[in-house]
Write a protein that binds this ligand. Sequence first.
Ligand code: IMP
Ligand code: MG
Length: 186
Amino acid sequence: MPPLQPGLEDNLAEHIERVLLNEDDIKGIIDDLAARISGDYEGKRLLLIGILKGAYVFLADLARAISIPCEVEFLRVSSYRNMARPGALEVLSDLSMPLEDYDVLVVEDILDSGTTLDFMLGHLRAKNPRSLALCAFLDKPSRRSVSVEADYVGREIPDAFVVGYGLDYAQRYRNLPYIGVLKLEE
Ligand code: IMP
Ligand code: MG
């Protein structure tokens, strides 16, 4: 059953079956991640690379909770989910800078099958950063088909399709301030 598509006048909250992480939960997760990252990267040249579009909200909160200096960049990758040929990923907007002097932390909204991040990490590894690590706000380990582990995980969640806090369904729901499970059509 596909999820509901919101009409332009709908209240988005009415499309949510249940809230998985509310705003307080999210704040707690961000503070924990930021404290660990700030400690681990002290004295290093930290570069946060957000994967667009999904990571934009998470990265904005995480970066503001990190207490050490860091730089911020973004990468955009094609979504294999909307394509005829699964697995054919490509970088749509690449970094123009060298990464050799940076300790890179990839910031992603959710680690699902692992396909996207496996591809992105390979792409970035080829640029020879000083170090390369991964921070995913959400992780659905039960869905993994490619072996990828995140160094920092906000919260492991069960196999449900979630939206909000940057995550979309058909480009909608990114602006919900919490993580919710979508209602399915009756
Ligand atoms: P993967 O390549 O299968 O790991 O999928 C990663 C991408 O799929 C994420 O960056 C999201 O953009 C999207 N995705 C995976 N699960 C969800 C979900 O539950 N809600 C919204 N987007 C998702
Ligand atoms: Mg994404």
